[in-house]
Design a protein around this ligand. Structure first.
Ligand code: ADP
Ligand code: MG
Length: 454
């Protein structure tokens, strides 16, 4: 039984109750990915978990599937707390996760392994699932013989064959080309709406706002570090959904604003902006300059979802650039509209030396990690420090991979502004002559790192 609007059935299929999850960190401490997350999945609804890359979406989905145990809180299926894998769910992965040495039929049957179903019935159900998802005739093919779209159909069939109460999908379309993805989305919806489809709720993880609005009855926005649910948005656009309808566009704009507004409202700890609480957004100076140029070509103002469309970008591609431009004061964002600031105009019209100088000033004053590195170099002997020093400090807050990313970003920004040089072989970061005494010059020394609140 499935409808496009939630049934009146009061049952909660899955409930996550104040769930937190921490991973052990390299330094022996813990890295908290999710904090105090509560949600319910009810019969008849498709729920999207929307968040940026690295926000903890896959982790949350694995908790719902019972593949991970929460560090605190609990997950229950139809009122019963999970002990191990959630018996009511099947999962579709982004990466297909097929066994290369098994045929399509065997891969699909794998979904029923351990379910105590007689072999003959297993085969029948696998064939039916293969048929339903348009793989008829490919039963004996191997994954390597299939296109990405066909492989993901196998991934779908392997989940459908289990006839799960709740289907969990982790970015199932993001590894596919645009047309294939759009086709499969449409097929998913038509299966969901067809009478007799056994699944009663779908929870889909995505970083794609457009996809969330197209598919979901309700969108849960995940954000912050550690992540929590920062917003819940019902999608009331009537089906079949038309991307060009005003209600569709309004929903996209609303979610866009929620995602771009996140950094201001959810930081690691609030308080004074510093490199451990206000990470640099993942944007290179080249990328930033490109974004600013594009906004200039739109007369200094643009609707961000339209811009993403125009460039055939995902929100994931654009948001870090927008965040970085906001951090540096080059852009202001209101709702889904981005405006070039006076500083932004000045930066893009300056000659190369002046633009480097302006960038250096902005980065020292507004990008906490860049400011911290410059100040630390100023106070060190000979204006030089090993990169390990910063990496070790950052690692405590971010984990090893993200610490390295933060350092790489700061070095990119600092080098462009000619604040410091970096020798990758020796690992030395060296203050340039230009930058020596720079912070006093800016009179930024008595203010906190980062200057003003972001
Ligand atoms: P998303 O799916 O939203 O991109 P994930 O749930 O995969 O995000 O990851 C969220 C955060 O948790 C990331 O910072 C990631 O590095 C971290 N993380 C995920 N799995 C593990 C793990 N097994 N051990 C340590 N950290 C992890
Ligand atoms: Mg993920």
């Amino acid at each position: 039984m499935n409808l496009t609007s939630p049934e009146s059935d009061p049952i909660e299929l899955i409930r996550a109750d104040r769930v937190s999850l921490s991973f052990p960190a390299a330094d022996g401490g813990v890295f908290e990915v999710l904090s105090d997350v509560s949600l319910t999945l009810r019969p008849g609804e498709i729920v999207a978990l929307l968040g940026r890359s690295g926000s903890g979406k896959s982790t949350l989905l694995r908790l719902l599937a019972g593949l991970l145990d929460p560090s605190a809180g609990s997950v229950s299926y139809r009122g019963t707390p999970l002990a191990g894998a959630n018996p009511g769910t099947a999962m579709v992965f982004q990466s297909f996760a097929l066994m290369p040495w098994l045929t399509v039929l065997d891969n699909v049957e794998l979904g029923l392994r351990g379910a105590g179903i007689p072999r003959k019935l297993r085969r029948e159900r696998a064939l039916a699932a293969i048929d339903a998802i348009g793989l008829d005739g490919f039963e004996s093919a191997y994954p390597r013989e299939l296109s990405g779209g066909m492989r993901q159909r196998v991934g779908f069939a392997r989940a459908f064959v289990q006839q799960p109460d709740v289907l969990l999908m982790d970015e199932p379309f993001s590894a596919l080309d645009v047309l294939t993805a759009e086709n499969l989305r449409a097929e998913l919806i038509s299966m969901w709406e067809a009478p007799g489809f056994p699944t009663r709720s779908i929870c889909i993880v995505t970083h794609n706002i457009d996809e969330a609005v197209l598919l979901a009855d309700r969108v849960l926005v995940l954000g912050g570090a550690p992540a929590r649910i920062t917003a819940e948005v019902p999608i009331l656009v009537p089906r079949p959904r038309d991307r060009r309808s005003p209600t569709f566009e309004a929903a996209v704009d609303h979610l866009y604003a929620l995602l771009t507004g996140q950094d201001k409202t959810t930081t690691r700890s609030g308080g004074t902006p510093g490199p451990l609480t206000h990470p640099l957004p993942a944007a290179t100076v080249g990328g930033l300059a490109g974004l600013v140029q594009i906004v200039v070509s739109h007369d200094g103002q643009t609707d961000l979802p339209d811009l993403a469309d125009e460039l055939a970008f995902d929100v994931d591609d654009l948001l870090p650039l927008v965040d970085a431009a906001q951090m540096l004061g080059l852009l202001e964002v209101e709702g889904a509209q981005a405006f070039l600031t006076e500083i932004g105009w000045a930066w893009q019209s300056a000659d190369i030396q002046a633009s480097k100088r302006l960038f250096a000033e902005l980065a020292v004053a507004r990008a906490p990690l860049v400011g911290t590195i410059v100040r630390a170099l100023e106070h060190s002997n000979e204006g030089a420090l090993r990169d390990d020093f910063f990496r070790d400090v950052l690692r405590r807050a971010y984990g090893a991979d993200d610490a390295q990313k933060q350092l790489d970003l700061a070095i990119d920004w600092g080098r462009y502004g000619e604040l410091f040089d970096y020798d990758a072989d020796s690992g030395e970061i060296v203050l340039t002559e230009l930058a020596a005494g720079f912070t006093e010059l800016l009179r930024g020394d008595d203010t906190a790192p980062g200057g003003e609140p972001l």
